[in-house]
Design a protein around this ligand. Structure first.
Ligand code: NAD
Length: 357
């Protein structure tokens, strides 16, 4: 590896970022890079999940962390939680298992601990409550340890509950009623969040379409909850009232938006818009977009609320319901100001940050 070249690229990415701090560590034993990105502590200590992934380069991993950390600042600001934005990325040559995974998580946990509470973390892509249990042996700045270890566990089911409130708010705005019966919702990606969302939607009386690259898994879920499965390559063009992206980001772009046959986009995936201009495009196409960082805050509200803020079940439910209320406010603001919902949500986050003491 051409380390001097790599360092220059990384330095440039950090120097041109508007965030506060990046802790960088190279773990020689595994060839993994660790980036802890602290975007803002204006509202409280930075918090955000730990993503473990095989990236094309250290720069790609760092950029992912920087972008995701900035998104967390907006997410917490809009959700009204006393945390700032952060994110950690473990860029591994291949996903480690067993002792090697525990060793790497230990090295990462030392890095978290060295920040002295400036950064708190939870699960993200390819990390689980069991990994957080390992991290917690070295550092206590962790949300979402396994329930067996006294933590609040997997966030996915609670993210799904929040998305359901978001979908209801969007239906109310477009059709005048939050009712799900008679509505068709396409859930793209039926993993931790999407599988739970599909079940909740079916229970609420919606016609549910599910799609996943793991087609057998989607078919099995469809049979279990009374949904229909759709081939992943035909998902975007499938007619529905609500398209709920719960897989990867970037599915809303200049190329895909003209293909959509839905009235609403509301799902859990992070960074659904390829660019902020795509929120404008959705508006031009008459599609109501529920901004992702508002809609998918349920898991963060649950993990941080129950572990750091001492919330009981009733308070958590109130916070999840608030996702729908916040979206309703954003929809009205967007119309009043003649801007996309994406821009209205960004403006709300900035107002909340500016109002902080
Ligand atoms: P997951 O990995 O458990 O599930 C994702 C599913 O999407 C998998 O079943 C995968 O096969 C499928 N998939 C991937 N690419 C696809 C494609 N192109 N078409 C169809 N299916 C595809 O992830 P998750 O925890 O359920 O999270 C889903 C999304 O929501 C992610 O973008 C995540 O960042 C975001 N998110 C999750 C949470 C949470 O609480 N888990 C919170 C906030 C945001």
């Amino acid at each position: 590896m051409d380390l001097p070249g790599v360092h220059e690229e990384l330095e440039h990415a950090i120097a041109t970022w508007e965030g506060e701090q990046v802790l960088t560590r190279f773990d020689e034993a595994s060839g993994s890079w660790i980036f802890i990105c602290i975007h803002s502590r204006r509202l409280g200590p930075a918090a955000g999940g730990t993503r473990m992934k095989v990236y094309g380069s250290p720069l790609e991993a760092l950029r992912d962390g920087l972008r995701l950390a900035a998104g967390m600042t907006s997410k917490f600001a809009v959700a009204g939680l006393p945390f700032g934005g952060g994110k950690a990325v473990l860029a591994v040559p291949s996903l480690p298992h067993g002792d090697e995974r525990a060793r790497l998580l230990g090295v990462y946990a030392e890095a978290i601990e060295s920040l002295g509470g400036t950064f708190w973390t939870g699960c993200d892509m390819n990390t689980t409550p069991a990994d957080l249990d390992v991290i917690a042996e070295t550092s206590g700045y962790v949300f979402g340890r396994s329930v067996e270890s006294g933590g609040s566990g997997e966030p996915g089911p609670h993210t799904a509950r929040g998305v359901l409130y978001g979908i209801r708010a969007a239906l109310a705005h477009v059709f005048g009623s939050p009712e799900l019966s008679g509505r068709t919702v396409l859930v793209q990606g039926v993993g931790s969040v999407g599988s739970r969302l599909a079940g909740l939607l079916a229970e609420a009386g919606a016609r549910v379409l599910v799609t996943d690259l793991r087609t057998e898994h989607a078919a099995e879920l469809a049979a279990r909850v009374g949904a229909e499965s759709v081939a992943p390559e035909h998902a975007l063009e499938t007619p529905c009232d609500v398209y709920a992206p719960c897989a990867t980001g970037g599915t809303l772009s200049e190329e895909t938006i003209p293909v959509l046959r839905c009235r609403i986009v509301a799902g859990s995936a992070n960074n659904q818009l390829a660019t902020l201009e795509d929120a404008d495009r959705l508006r031009e196409h008459g599609i109501l977009y529920a901004p992702d960082f508002v809609t998918n805050a349920g898991g963060a509200l649950y993990n941080a609320g129950s572990e750091a803020l001492g919330w009981d079940e009733e308070r958590i439910e109130h916070a999840l319901r608030g996702i729908g209320d916040t979206l309703a406010e954003i929809f009205v603001r967007s119309e009043a100001d003649g801007v996309s919902t994406g821009r209205a949500a960004e403006a709300l986050a900035l107002r909340r940050l500016a109002a902080a003491p």
